[in-house]
Write a protein that binds this ligand. Structure first.
Ligand SMILES: Nc1ncnc2c1ncn2[C@@H]1O[C@H](COP(=O)(O)OP(=O)(O)O)[C@@H](O)[C@H]1O
Ligand SMILES: [Mg+2]
Length: 437
């Protein structure tokens, strides 16, 4: 594939970076697009997997038909079959009408199955059948239906391990993995880290009409050494936070350290702070001491951020009145469960909205006039109260739960695991904090 085609694709999809491993992924995606082959995209969380299925769809003969992105990890096990394959009215409590599933509405189009490693075994059996024969049966029916859907899947779990542990069917794995694409983690991408920093700094400066933040040479070197457990998503969130909160525009290692990016952290402490995938990044025995240190670190950095935010609000109170709170999207829309449309700058397509009660629902907050990330409108902030009231344990726990749910696409099991609390405790707290819908 000539370099020009790859560069054009990057431009069209807002993909930043020149790392050879990234170019190779885009190259394979463009080449495989016009075929009917199944593609399985591997990569840690936050490496940018979601752009490739869209690119494949847009460059295939299916491009005028529907494209859906489904996050298998955030669909509750009880309804996943009905979401994917549809159901017959009355087939289970709550099935008030017939329902078409994704395999029906995406006929002649493309389905992106994100986090495919999370599919329950029963659903895997149905999926294998539809992939091999094009046939499926709605939940509660016996009539065999036909469909023609191309599958692109992605995973951040080790599929070989999942197969060994009996959690993933080997035959389905081979069926999905016809063309594997490995997205490289951010820490391997060298100077791309700086390019991405600049892009995000520029984007946010445009959005809020502020001066973009810049890296000193030492800060740039630190970012190149850092391990980035949350990859590009983590980098983007970091740049957004620094751009809004820091008074300095020249970013030094000292400033980075207040956001948890230091030479000692080098990504290892990222379990809570940065949303690392515990399975892939934990270094061995569980260390409560380390987590306690991290919590203290988190507490003190939150304290500092609140103080800075207070000053920011105070200094900008005149201009802030015209900025609706929801524009402060420190909230990561990537993590809001099923993404049913394009991940970057694509033309939005008509979509159906599946129900998935397990995510912290943006609408829920909007109904209450609040943003998902903060529990109150920025205009309502009482500057004095912020100073007097450091975050209570309860608020801290609530924030951790919200952040963790977002990182795990609403998956409560993973959230409980990440926060090291039982699922039952998590359910109780979600209810208690009013996070359920
Ligand atoms: N090369 C890139 N250039 C610009 N933005 C990127 C790039 N890779 C990822 N992103 C952004 O990073 C975020 C995480 O990407 P995403 O595709 O959701 O990751 P994954 O699905 O692998 O967890 C998204 O906001 C995406 O737009
Ligand atoms: Mg994703």
């Amino acid at each position: 594939m000539d370099n020009k085609t790859i560069q054009q694709a990057k431009q069209r999809y807002g993909i930043v970076g020149n790392y050879e491993g990234l170019n190779r992924c885009i190259d394979i995606a463009i080449q495989v697009a016009p075929t009917e082959l199944s593609v399985l995209i591997y990569g840690e969380s936050g490496v940018g997997k979601e752009v490739l299925p869209r690119l494949i769809h847009d460059n295939s003969s299916r491009k005028h038909n529907k494209y859906f992105a489904i996050n298998c990890g955030s669909l509750p096990e009880g309804t996943i079959d009905s979401e994917l394959f549809g159901h017959k009215k009355g087939s289970f409590t709550g099935a008030l009408d017939d329902r078409e599933g994704y395999f029906s509405v995406a006929n002649n189009g493309t389905l992106f199955l994100d986090e495919v490693g999370e599919l329950p075994l029963a659903t895997q059996a149905r999926l294998l059948r539809v992939l091999e024969t094009g046939e499926y049966i709605r939940v509660g029916e016996s009539e065999v239906r036909k469909t023609n859907v191309r599958i692109v899947a992605a995973t951040n779990v080790n599929m070989q391990k999942a197969i060994r542990e009996g959690k993933f069917r080997e035959d389905l794995y081979y069926r999905l993995n016809t063309i594997p694409i490995n997205m490289p983690p951010l820490r391997e991408r060298g100077r791309d880290i700086e390019l991405l920093f600049r892009k995000f700094a520029y984007d946010i400066s445009e959005k809020y009409r502020i001066d973009p933040v810049r890296l000193t040479d030492e800060a740039r070197d630190l970012l190149l050494r850092y391990k980035w457990p949350g990859n590009i998503r983590q980098l983007r969130n970091l740049v957004e936070q620094i751009s809004i909160i820091s008074k300095e525009r020249d970013i030094t290692p000292d400033i980075l350290s207040t956001y948890g990016v230091t030479d000692d952290s080098l990504g290892e402490t990222g379990l809570i702070l940065h949303g690392a995938n515990r399975e892939q990044h934990s270094t061995g025995a569980h260390s409560y001491e380390k987590e306690r240190d991290m919590l203290f670190q988190l507490l003190s950095s939150i304290g500092k951020e609140v103080k800075d935010l207070k000053e920011f609000v105070h200094n900008n109170i005149g201009t802030m009145q015209s900025v609706p709170a929801e524009h402060f999207d420190l909230y990561d829309e990537d993590a809001a469960g099923i993404s049913v449309d394009a991940p970057m700058q694509y033309t939005r397509q008509p979509v159906i909205q599946p129900q998935h009660p397990y995510v912290v629902n943006e609408q829920h907050y909007q109904q209450q006039g609040r943003t998902p990330y903060e529990s109150h409108n920025i205009q309502d902030v009482d500057v004095e109260t912020i100073e007097e009231t450091p975050l209570s344990n309860r608020e801290l726990m609530k924030k951790n739960i919200i952040d963790s749910l977002k990182r795990n696409n609403g998956n409560r099991k993973k959230t409980a695991h990440e926060l090291d609390i039982s699922e039952r405790t998590l359910y109780r707290k979600i209810k208690d904090y009013g996070l359920d819908i």
